[in-house]
Each structure stands twice: as C-alpha cells, then as structure tokens.
Design a protein. Structure first.
Lengths: 115, 113
C-alpha cells in the first residue's frame, strides 16, 4: 500500500471561513509534508513533520496552521485566507533518512479556491 | 534562485522511441535525486530515484543517469508509450532526516502514436 489519502478533493471557502485539509497514510512513514502547487509551477514545500514534530516551516504565513495528531495523520488548518492562496495543496509522506528508502509518496491533492 | 532547472518546458517523442528528459542543479550539497510524473489535478507519482553514490539506476523502462561533475541528471524512457504523456518533475534533496524536496519547473512530455 503506497497510498496517501487527502480529503476533501475540492474546497471552496470564503476569506472569513475556517476550514481544514486532512491527510492520512498507513505506510508507517514517520515524515509527512505539506506542499503547495500553483498552476504551471512546481510544488513548493510548506511544512515538514518528522516523528510528529514540526521540523521545517518554510516561512509560511500564520493563516496556515499545520497539525500532526499522530504518525498517520496530518492536518492543515486554514483561516482568513486570501484569493492568492488558491492552489493545489499536496500532502506527502516518506521514511526518515537512515531507516529505509526515502522516496516521498504524494496524495492526490486538495484543490482549494478562496473567494 | 532556482536550484533545480528543467530547461525544456516540453518534449514530443514518437511512440516506441526513446524519451530523454534533462535536469540541472546548482547546489552541490544535493545527494538524492528523484523523478516524478504528474497528470493534471493529481498528485505527483514517484518514478525512480538515485543517490549521489551511484551514476545510474534502472527500473524497467526507466533509467536515471547522474553526472555529478556536471551537476546534471537525465531520465531515459525506453520504449516510450502513449501513457507516458504527462508532466515530469525532477526533484533534489539533501539526505538528512526528513527530506526537503526542491522541484524543477517540469517538462511536458507528449508521446505521439
């Protein structure tokens, strides 16, 4: 099983709304990631969790708040977003280096539209 | 500052022929390289990877070559099939705990029947 499951697939939210994106994997991976991808651009890293602790925050605005409740789940809480935050949000997971093969597996993404 | 570059935005190849996708990087600290395939509105699908201690890795129709002195890697697909039509991203990372993947801009590969 090399599946990373993201919900919802599509989300439309107003600038005053609060919503959450969810990500789940059952591969035993202890590193999980949030990436953002704008149209015709490559994915850009937002956050990295390693052993359920936030290890990298790529200077992401505080209106994006990540959470890793356990080793299988990763959430991204959204509040007071701007229209320019509309993008495809990708979750990924991998083994931590030194434990096994470390290729990252991606979910299908959540297409977010902020209106 | 683009640390990973894919200079060809698009590539068109005849079915059955070899597809060669190229990628250059500037950060000599990168020691792990990956290729992903992506369809529109889907997440990237992992294809193949190579660590800097190797210069070649092969998996079925896919082979990745790494030239560290030139800071260049390439993905060869032989033979090319219509289902290979997609955007291909090269990515690089420094192996230390969790990865921080840096992606190239992508190359759109079209396989013509």
């Amino acid at each position: 099983d090399t599946e990373v499951t993201q919900t919802p697939k599509h989300l439309v939210m107003g600038m005053t709304n609060k919503k959450s994106l969810k990500c789940e994997q059952h591969m035993g991976h202890r590193a999980m990631y949030w990436y953002k991808q704008k149209a015709k651009k490559p994915p850009e890293l937002m956050f990295v969790y390693s052993y359920e602790k936030l290890s990298i925050n790529e200077s992401v605005p505080s209106r994006f708040s990540p959470e890793c409740p356990n080793s299988s789940l990763l959430n991204l809480h959204l509040h007071a977003l701007q229209p320019e935050d509309s993008a495809l949000y990708l979750c990924a997971s991998s083994q931590v280096y030194g434990t096994a093969n470390t290729e990252a597996f991606f979910g299908q993404g959540t297409r977010l539209t902020v209106v | 500052d683009q640390q990973v570059k894919q200079n060809s935005p698009s590539l068109s190849v005849q079915e059955g022929r070899i597809s060669i996708l190229n990628c250059d990087y500037t950060n000599s600290m990168f020691d792990y390289f990956l290729w992903y395939k992506k369809y529109p509105a889907e997440g990237p699908t992992f294809l193949i990877s190579i660590s800097s201690i190797k210069d070649k890795n092969e998996d079925g129709r896919f082979t990745v070559f790494l030239n560290k002195s030139a800071k260049h890697l390439s993905l060869h697909i032989v033979p090319s099939q219509p289902g290979d039509s997609a955007v291909y991203f090269c990515a690089a990372a420094i192996l230390q705990g969790a990865q921080k993947l840096v992606f190239g801009q992508g190359t759109r590969l079209t396989i013509n029947p």
